[in-house]
Write a protein of this length. Structure first.
Length: 178
C-alpha cells in the first residue's frame, strides 16, 4: 500500500509541476502577445501622425509655391525640417500651421523613440520596425540636431512637447542602408 501511495503522491506532484509550468508558459505567451499588440497599436498611431504631418506639409508647400514672393523657399526636394530651419532663421515668426508641423515632427520623433524602446527588447519587433520605418528612423537620427535647434528658438513663442530620443539614437538600422 505504501508503494501505491508513494507512486500516487509522485504522480500528483508531477501533475502539479506540469500544470504550474503550463500556467507560467501561458502567462509569458499572453504577456508577449499583449506587448506585441501595444507595439502594433503604436505603429498604427505613428502612421496617423505621419499622415497628418505629410498633409500639413503639403498644405504649407502648396501655399508657399502659390506665393510668387516666397515660392523659391521650397524646392522639390525640400524636407519639412529644411523648410522649418529656413523659416526659423527669418525674422518673421512661424505661423500656427508651421508650429503644428514642428509639433508633429516632435511627436514623430518621440513615438519612433518609444517604438525603438520596444524593439530593442525583442528581435521580432526590431525586424518589423527596421523593415517598415528604417528611412524614418535614419531621417530622425540624422536630423535630431535640427529639430532641437528649431525647437529651442520656437519654444519662446509656444509650448511644445518635450522630444524623447534616447532609444532612437541607439537603435541600429544597419543592413538597410548602404
Amino acid at each position: 500500500m505504501d508503494d501505491w501511495q508513494t507512486i500516487a503522491n509522485i504522480a500528483i506532484l508531477l501533475a502539479v509541476i506540469i500544470t504550474i509550468g503550463v500556467f507560467i508558459w501561458e502567462v509569458i505567451a499572453s504577456r508577449r502577445e499583449r506587448t506585441f499588440s501595444v507595439f502594433l497599436r503604436l505603429l498604427d498611431y505613428y502612421e496617423k501622425i505621419m499622415s497628418e504631418r505629410r498633409r500639413k506639409w503639403k498644405t504649407i508647400k502648396e501655399t508657399v509655391k502659390d506665393n510668387a514672393k516666397i515660392a523659391e523657399e521650397i524646392g522639390d526636394k525640400t524636407s519639412t525640417l529644411d523648410y522649418l530651419l529656413t523659416r526659423a532663421k527669418q525674422e518673421e515668426p512661424l505661423y500656427a500651421i508651421e508650429h503644428e508641423l514642428l509639433e508633429h515632427e516632435i511627436r514623430s520623433l518621440s513615438l519612433l523613440n518609444e517604438l525603438c524602446k520596444y524593439a530593442s527588447k525583442d528581435e521580432q519587433k526590431a525586424l518589423v520596425l527596421r523593415v517598415s520605418y528604417s528611412s524614418e528612423i535614419s531621417y530622425y537620427q540624422n536630423r535630431l540636431k535640427d529639430i532641437l535647434l528649431i525647437l529651442d528658438k520656437e519654444k519662446q513663442l509656444r509650448l511644445f512637447s518635450i522630444p524623447q530620443y534616447g532609444h532612437l539614437q541607439k537603435f541600429s538600422i544597419g543592413g538597410y542602408f548602404g
